[in-house]
Structure formats: structure tokens, C-alpha cells
Design a protein around this ligand. Structure first.
Ligand SMILES: C[S@@+](CC[C@H](N)C(=O)[O-])C[C@H]1O[C@@H](n2cnc3c(N)ncnc32)[C@H](O)[C@@H]1O
Length: 255
């Protein structure tokens, strides 16, 4: 569950603006399917271009600090989360906060938009040993980090699993159907469970970030097996792969 993405040296996967849908590869080490037919090449290129601009901006220094102290995600992914939180409308909903890196990036991006955005993150807590981000009390350290980066007042952290009845009730109380404009999943390998549970809360065109889609980590195979049917059904639109293993795209409401 906590294995840090370790495929740093893996060959970079080409992000091609191809418009055809290919059959999913049978193992996580094979190339992922190409962008689906509804992906906009302009949007894919705009995201890549934005990332280059962010790499040369002060946001990069901030996100490097965030990743050093509190995130397992690649700094490119944190910068994209910052960007998507800034440009997306509606609320932001994250599953799997760990020590808060991605939530801090999202909160900083939301703040940069100048618009107050509801931001909920779900984390059961526990402990992590033998890791550069080891923690004896993950939920307590998450709260500390939100405070340390000055976003404690911007983020509601829910202590529980995404599938707990109490979590589901709290999230459904916070967000009306279609209210979430940005969804981040970086938890276990069961993203399909949570898309099925919370999909109605996501706006049409909601931005979506799902970690562990690409690469050779043990979560990658099940994550791809969960995500690809949503892509095939047209409910998730792929816009790129970033960092060590992260899928970026949009949610489409199919009635
Ligand atoms: C890879 S870490 C998240 C990393 C974090 N997003 C970051 O920026 O570093 C995965 C986290 O998901 C949490 N988790 C696992 N299953 C979960 C679930 N069903 N609901 C919510 N959180 C979950 C784990 O406790 C763990 O802290």
C-alpha cells in the first residue's frame, strides 16, 4: 500500500496525441493504451506546456519542499495537481492523503485561483516504517503538515477509509451530485470501487488524477485493470501520464 513509486529509472512512456483507442496491454510493464478517441490533442499539449512553464516558476520550489517533507508523488504531478486545483471549478475531493503532499499542492493551487474551494481528503491513518517519510501516526502528521504549509483551514481531512459508511456519509453531505471539479485518487489499488461509489459527485469534465496507473509497482496492474473499463466506456478520458506512474484525464458523465 505504501510502496513508494520506484520506477524512476524506467523508460519514459511516449505521450502520443494519437486519436485511436488500442486494446489494453496485458501487463503493467507494457505500454498503456493510447489516448481515447474523445481526448483533445489541444488539451493534452496544453497540459504538457503548462508543466514546462510551472517547472520554471516559483511553484516548482514550493512543490519541491512539499514532496521532500510530505509526498510520495513526483514533483511534476504535484505541480499538475496545483494547476488543476487552480483552474478547476467546483470542489476538490481526494482519496489517500498520507502525509498531505497532494492535498497541500491542491490547496495551494485552489488558493492561487482566488476562489474559495471546498477541499476534502480521506485518510485512514496508521503508521509507516522504514521509509524516508516514515510516520508513527499518519493522520496526526497529515494535520501537522497541513498546518506547516499554511493550508489547515483550507482542507477538511476525514479520518477513515473511502469505503467506510461514515466517510461516504460525510463526503455526500459535503458535495452535491456533480459538484466535484477535481478528483484525486492515490490510495489503494481499488479506484474502480471509489469511482463507482462517488462517480455521481463528479462534474461532467471533472479533472481526474489517478496514481499508480503506469509502471511496475504492485498497484499498477490492478489500477489499470480498474481504470481501463472506464476508459473503454468513455467515462474516463486520458490526457497523459506524468511523474513516476500517474494517469491524468477527465471524467465524462455518460447518461
Ligand atoms: C500512496 S499514499 C498517498 C500519497 C499522497 N497522496 C502523497 O501526496 O504523498 C496512499 C495513502 O492512501 C491511504 N489509503 C489506502 N486505502 C485507502 C482508502 N480506501 N481510503 C482512503 N485512504 C486510503 C493509505 O493509508 C496511504 O496513506
Amino acid at each position: 500500500m505504501f510502496a513508494e513509486n520506484s520506477d524512476h529509472g524506467a523508460a519514459k512512456l511516449p505521450v502520443t496525441p494519437r486519436m485511436a483507442t488500442l486494446a489494453p496491454a496485458s501487463s503493467p510493464s507494457e505500454a498503456p493504451p493510447a489516448l481515447n478517441s474523445t481526448a483533445s490533442t489541444d488539451e493534452v499539449l496544453a497540459l504538457m506546456r503548462t508543466l514546462i512553464d510551472l517547472r520554471m516558476s516559483p511553484v516548482r520550489q514550493l512543490m519541491e519542499k512539499v514532496t521532500k517533507h510530505s509526498s510520495m508523488l513526483h514533483v511534476d504531478v504535484l505541480m499538475l495537481i496545483y494547476h488543476l486545483a487552480k483552474i478547476s471549478g467546483g470542489g476538490i475531493f481526494e482519496i489517500g492523503s498520507f502525509l498531505g503532499g497532494s492535498a497541500i499542492a491542491a490547496a495551494q493551487g485552489a488558493r492561487a485561483s482566488g476562489v474559495r474551494k471546498k477541499l476534502l481528503t480521506v485518510e485512514p491513518g496508521g503508521q509507516l516504517k522504514n521509509h524516508r517519510l516514515a510516520s508513527r501516526n499518519i493522520f496526526k502528521d497529515l494535520k501537522k503538515n497541513l498546518d506547516r504549509f499554511g493550508v489547515a483551514g483550507d482542507v477538511t481531512a476525514i479520518n477513515g477509509y473511502s469505503y467506510d459508511e461514515s466517510t461516504i456519509a460525510t463526503v455526500r453531505q459535503a458535495f452535491a451530485p456533480g459538484e466535484v471539479g477535481f478528483f484525486i485518487f492515490d490510495a489503494d489499488d481499488q479506484v474502480g470501487r471509489d469511482l463507482n461509489c462517488y462517480g455521481d459527485l463528479l462534474a461532467d469534465d471533472c479533472w481526474v488524477v489517478i496514481d499508480d496507473y503506469v509502471g511496475t509497482s504492485e498497484k499498477a496492474g490492478p489500477t489499470r485493470a480498474a481504470v481501463d473499463p472506464f476508459i473503454d466506456a468513455g467515462k474516463l478520458v486520458t490526457l497523459g501520464y506524468y511523474g513516476w506512474s500517474t494517469w491524468v484525464g477527465r471524467w465524462r458523465k455518460i447518461l
